[in-house]
Design a protein. Structure first.
Length: 664
């Protein structure tokens, strides 16, 4: 029980109860009996008794009723409240956010937001099932944990112990926050009580109770349906600031493959400017620290777009020699309430040159470009006939080459696993539906951010003849003309393809640099597809996928905490996940001819503006409904002062009736 104005109640009681008692001390309650011998002394004795302040207080039912009435009035003025829960029967869905931002420790005592949310949810269950006169019927409760994926911890139940165990078992993740799947699960379990029943009985919508910091990526896409209600409990501090790594990349220049350069993007999500040192480490050894702290502007609303923008800065480390493979770690040398985004890892493969096959060259252009890359990007260039390539495909050996270049060749059969750059006629790949020829074509649009267009501006490219194709839904158009796609990309498992719908000799490209650069970039892009280099790694919620030799055995994956799990390969490929935490994962296996285990590492990073903006939101908006959040320390209270006032009035009526009976 809590009191809103306890001092007012105490002052009222101290002001009215003692005077009432004193009045009864001074009041004569003897029955008058006239006696002849004392008749003349009556007036004198009454005056003496009235002036005696300390008489023996005799029991009086009227005094008792008046004291109780005053006590109840003082009790009501103090405004007592009890935490009795807000539900009276029906169904309740408790939604607990366990995304990355819920790992922030702004709750004090190194307690994470998720731990606070679980404590509050457990308290909610205790209140609902606490019983008592103010407890009401708790009904049934369902618990759902959600981040990028939602998980039903327990379906609707009235078992207090089962609900408490379900909440306690919620584990933290480093995923992003999405509410759509959690709402879909809640509605499915609420409106369809028994999916196997013939008549599919339907219940009223449940009351939704959200325990979160409000940083939900798809919140603007959600709406409350008719009859639904949402209570939002804010977990976290709306003033929490944070500095985060939001992007990393590494690059090996093709003319210096033994050299590595690292790029980092740092953002400030706090309301005040910040400074931070950035550190670069390779295989656990510190290689560099920024000579001066990186200065970051405060986050705020961009006046031109009216959108929230953090303060950002780009950090570029000097190139360093690193010919072999390595684990690159970038970290911020500071402490805040959200350390998950203060570091990022990259797995850098060893420097290597590519093995490339050119199939049935029909002109000088592609041959001369690829020959020029020998000794720089290409280690070995083989010129194959169409029959040689068909034999490779038949023997399933096409992936012996890092890249296969098709010079206007249409093979009868495509390999299952290969990285192919093709020109002219479309190869027999699903989704590349060729239907004609177009002439006198100009480039209308291209994806300038794609790696194959680095230093390759095709605005002045003239194509005298192109093959028109109708791309499938999973075919990515990288460049197009008004007549159709010019460059497309396909990625299906172990097959990666970049197809150019024209022959280079049917363009003015051989007389400039842009088309040459595009060919070089495409070879580098496809050759590195297998390695996942120079990337920011995976995200929590994605799966780790890899190709392994057919002879691989005893496959295991080691998690960032050092524990290992067995993995099963399917058709020389491995898929494990989704991963739930950031860090470095290691896939290892044994195979004939290797003295030890073959190992391959994968980096999983947060790199999310949404999750790094850890300041809790005081309200959430679903469609047109704005839901104000209750503080994490707030509880649903039931006031008792109306009951106290009602009892006080009842006692006063009884006291009045008894007084009338005595004096009537």
């Amino acid at each position: 029980m809590t009191w809103l104005t306890p001092l007012a109640g105490l002052l009222l009681a101290a002001a009215v109860i003692p005077p009432l008692v004193l009045l009864y001390f001074l009041r004569l309650r003897r029955r008058p009996m006239p006696i002849a011998s004392t008749l003349l002394w009556r007036q004198a004795t009454e005056d003496l008794r009235a002036n005696a302040p300390f008489q023996r207080l005799r029991f009086s039912i009227l005094l008792l009723l008046q004291l109780l009435a005053l006590a109840l009035l003082a009790f009501a003025i103090a405004q007592p409240q009890v935490d009795a829960g807000s539900r009276r029967g029906g169904r309740t869905v408790i939604l607990v956010d366990n995304s990355a931002s819920m790992n922030a420790t702004d709750g004090g005592e190194d307690r994470t937001r998720l731990q606070q949310a679980k404590r509050l949810a457990r308290g909610r269950i205790e209140r609902l099932f606490g019983g008592g006169i103010f407890g009401g019927d708790p009904g049934e409760v369902m618990v759902i944990a959600f981040s990028d994926r939602a998980e039903v911890r327990t379906p609707f139940t009235d078992s207090r112990s089962q609900l408490l165990a379900a909440i306690e078992g919620i584990q933290p993740t480093d995923g992003t926050t999405r509410l759509e799947e959690a709402l879909a699960l809640a509605r499915a379990f609420t409106t369809n009580v028994d999916p196997d029943a013939k008549d599919r009985p339907v219940e009223q919508p449940a009351a939704l109770e959200l325990y979160s910091d409000g940083e939900i990526a798809d919140l603007s896409e959600q709406v409350l349906r008719g009859g639904e209600s949402l209570e939002y409990t804010v977990v976290g501090d709306p003033e929490t600031a944070n500095v985060a790594i939001v992007g990393v990349a590494a690059d090996r220049p093709y003319d210096r493959p033994g050299t590595v350069q690292v790029f980092v993007s740092v953002a400030n999500f706090g309301p005040e400017p910040a400074e931070v040192d950035v550190q670069l480490a390779v295989d656990g050894v510190v290689r560099a620290i920024t000579p001066k702290p990186v200065k970051l502007a405060a986050a705020g609303i961009d006046p031109t777009t009216s959108l929230y923008q953090p303060g950002r800065e780009q950090v570029v480390f000097l190139p360093f020699e690193q010919a072999r493979d390595a684990l690159v770690e970038v970290s911020l040398l500071h402490q805040d309430d959200f350390p998950v985004d203060d570091r990022a890892n990259m797995v850098l493969p060893p420097a290597r040159r590519l093995k490339v096959a050119l199939v049935d060259p029909k002109g000088f252009f592609l041959r001369e470009v690829l020959v020029g890359l020998e000794g720089v990007m290409i280690e070995r260039l083989d010129i194959l006939s169409a029959d040689d390539f068909a034999k490779l495909v038949e023997e399933d050996r096409a992936d012996e080459y890092d890249v296969v270049v098709l010079d206007d060749v249409v093979p009868k059969q495509m390999p299952k696993a290969a990285r192919i750059l093709s020109f002219g006629s479309a190869p027999p790949v699903e989704g590349l539906n060729e239907y004609g020829i177009k002439e006198h074509v100009l480039v209308r649009a291209l994806r300038g951010d794609h790696p194959i267009f680095r230093f390759a501006d095709l605005d002045d490219l003239y194509v005298s003849r192109m093959h028109t194709i109708a791309p499938g839904s999973d075919v990515q158009v990288l460049a197009e003309a008004a007549e159709g796609p010019l460059v497309v990309a396909v990625s299906r498992g172990a097959l990666s393809l970049v197809h150019v719908t024209f022959n280079p000799l049917d363009t003015n490209g051989p007389f400039g640099r842009s088309l040459v650069n595009m060919v070089c970039n495409a070879v580098e892009f496809l050759g590195n597809t297998r390695e996942a280099i120079a990337s920011d790694g995976l995200r929590a919620g994605q799966a780790i996928t890899a190709r392994v030799p057919a002879t691989a055995d005893d496959l295991k994956i080691t998690l960032p905490d050092g524990t290992s799990e067995p993995v099963t390969a399917t058709d020389t490929s491995v898929s494990w996940g989704p991963v739930r935490s950031t860090g470095v994962y290691e896939l290892s296996w044994t195979q004939p001819g290797e003295s030890g285990r073959v190992r391959r590492r994968f980096a999983v990073n947060l790199l999310s503006d949404q999750e790094s903006r850890v300041a809790a939101r005081p309200e959430v908006k679903l469609g047109e409904d704005r839901v104000a959040g209750a503080k994490a320390s707030d509880a649903v209270q039931t006031p008792l002062w109306p009951w106290a006032l009602g009892a006080c009035l009842a006692l006063l009526m009884v006291e009045w009736w008894m007084y009338r009976e005595r004096t009537g």
